[in-house]
Design a protein. Structure first.
Length: 285
């Protein structure tokens, strides 16, 4: 007879109640952002993060596209999304419950250097965006719960530190930069221009002149290179900058204006579509 573990029983529990999302920053890990949420209808617009996005589904399933590849994930499955990788997500037929952390590259390097006892040269990354590792998913859930429950520092440190170290030892790799091409250089110029001028109202004609290719060619090449359109990239860049300002205590209204959004309602809609929470909840987390 198979004995059902507490973790399996948790995964088997039906999803009930209203949508919820709890967001916070954990000072024990350099202000690492954390999220626990249950979604039945919320759909994440294509977006990216400056940090890693690491999470596991606890119940139900999520359908997502990462770097143009679509997949469905359920209990025991992991998301391992590198910084700047575009992804989205929406619930399966019955919704899903999951947990996420957003560790910075610097935090990951610190963990790796502690584990190996030597300097880490290069940038850590994951070569796979999805994988199934039930044992590690259990360890992640336990570690995440120690953060959410605000348990003792040593217990939280031990659990999350051990998880991050094991995760990278099993599934990590190093980034190898691709060789540039003329088309790639053109869309990278356009991307850099959007980053530098995110608060301005930029036209497609202006962006195409910066890239040195036609408007239609720019849209196609940009999507091929970054798995997102120029306008969607600009909106996501604005949201990412907004996250930084909200962390510093800026008001939602001031943040919306500074980041180039038409108004606060427009800002709130795009912010929640990419983070799962409102600007006010993010600011208070």
């Amino acid at each position: 007879m198979h004995t059902i573990s507490q973790e399996e029983a948790t995964e088997a529990m039906p999803l009930e109640g209203a949508e919820r999302a709890r967001f916070w920053r954990d000072h024990r890990f350099g202000g690492m952002e954390c999220l626990s949420a249950t979604f039945f209808t919320h759909e994440f617009a294509p977006h990216a993060h400056d940090t890693f996005s690491i999470g596991a589904i606890e119940a139900g399933c999520q359908i997502s596209t990462i770097k143009g590849e679509r997949s469905q994930t359920g209990p025991g499955d992991f998301y391992l999304i590198n910084p700047d990788e575009v992804h989205d997500g929406h619930p399966g037929s019955d919704g899903y419950r999951y947990r996420m952390i957003y560790p910075s590259v610097e935090l990951f390097i610190e963990v790796l250097e502690d584990v190996t006892g030597r300097s880490f040269h290069g940038t850590p990354c994951f070569s796979r965006q999805w994988l199934t590792d039930p044992d590690l998913a259990v360890a992640f859930r336990r570690a995440h719960q120690t953060l959410e429950g605000n348990t003792g520092t040593l217990e939280a440190d031990e659990a999350m530190f051990s998880f991050l170290a094991t995760l990278f030892q099993r599934h990590g790799s190093a980034i190898i930069a691709p060789l540039g091409t003329r088309e790639s250089s053109a869309v990278h110029r356009a991307r850099d221009y959007l980053i530098e001028n995110y608060s301005r109202d930029i036209s497609l004609d202006e962006l195409a002149k910066v890239a040195g290719i036609s408007r239609a060619h720019l849209i196609r090449a940009f999507r091929k290179e970054f798995h997102i359109t120029p306008h969607a990239f600009l909106t996501d860049k604005r949201v990412r900058e907004a996250r930084t300002l909200l962390r510093r205590g800026w008001s939602a209204a001031d943040t919306a204006y500074h980041c180039g959004f038409a108004d606060q309602a427009h800002f709130t809609r795009h912010f929640k579509a990419r983070t799962g929470v409102t600007p006010g909840a993010f600011r208070a987390g």
